[in-house]
Ligand binder design. Structure first.
Ligand SMILES: [Zn+2]
Length: 203
């Protein structure tokens, strides 16, 4: 996370960081799975979840498509979706960064310590361990409470973070404001041959 506000001169950079609402992350349920991105994008465009490609700096980004709203279920009744990149603040779009070589941990300021799936104890020092996991893809984590050892992705991260090789990032969605519909999961499964799940992170 970028927290060195002094390196950004314009005040809006700080405002932009502070205003990150959140993103919904779609990723294969198996953190080792790395489906072919071309086929996925094709399916997402066909069904209208994804619209035209946006000219943004980093990873491929797309406008939301005409089927976007019908493929998500919204919790609130007053849904305001800004889809115009020229507007102030966040707007709704979809990014698909390149696949990671190994399961990668995606977290945000909303991420809490994961729980052992055996005894429910929290791994309180997970942030210190995260760098080690990044360079040791087969690391096991021994539960300080019950002594069982499991890879970090087999800990319970709830819907506040998680491991994967391929992530579809839906900006900007407040955690739990929207959830994928069964139809969205169906199309992801059809395009990839693997099951999917979702979680939320906030920068
Ligand atoms: Zn345990």
């Amino acid at each position: 996370m970028v927290s060195t506000a002094t390196t950004f001169s314009p005040a809006d950079s700080e405002a932009a960081l502070a205003s990150h609402t959140g993103r919904m992350v779609l990723t294969p349920a198996d953190p080792h799975a790395s489906p072919q991105v071309g086929l996925l994008v094709e399916a997402l465009v066909e069904t209208g979840f994804v619209g035209e490609r946006l000219e943004m700096s980093e990873a491929p980004a797309y406008r939301i498509g005409p089927g976007f709203l019908s493929l998500l279920a919204f919790a609130g009744c007053a849904v305001s979706i800004a889809s115009d990149p020229d507007g102030q603040g966040g707007f709704c779009h979809i990014r698909i960064p390149p696949s990671w070589e190994h399961p990668h941990l995606l977290v945000g300021r909303n991420t809490r310590a994961p729980r052992c799936i055996g005894c429910r104890a929290r791994l309180v020092d997970w942030r210190e361990r995260a760098a080690h996991w990044a360079s040791h893809p087969h690391a096991g984590v021994t539960c300080p409470s019950c002594g069982e050892t499991r890879p970090p992705w087999l800990w319970d991260w709830k819907d506040q973070g998680g491991f994967g090789r391929l992530f579809i990032l839906v900006e900007e969605i407040f955690p739990s404001e929207a959830t994928p519909t069964p139809a969205l999961f169906d199309l992801l499964i059809r395009a990839s041959g693997t099951g999917w799940r979702h979680f939320y992170v906030q920068d």
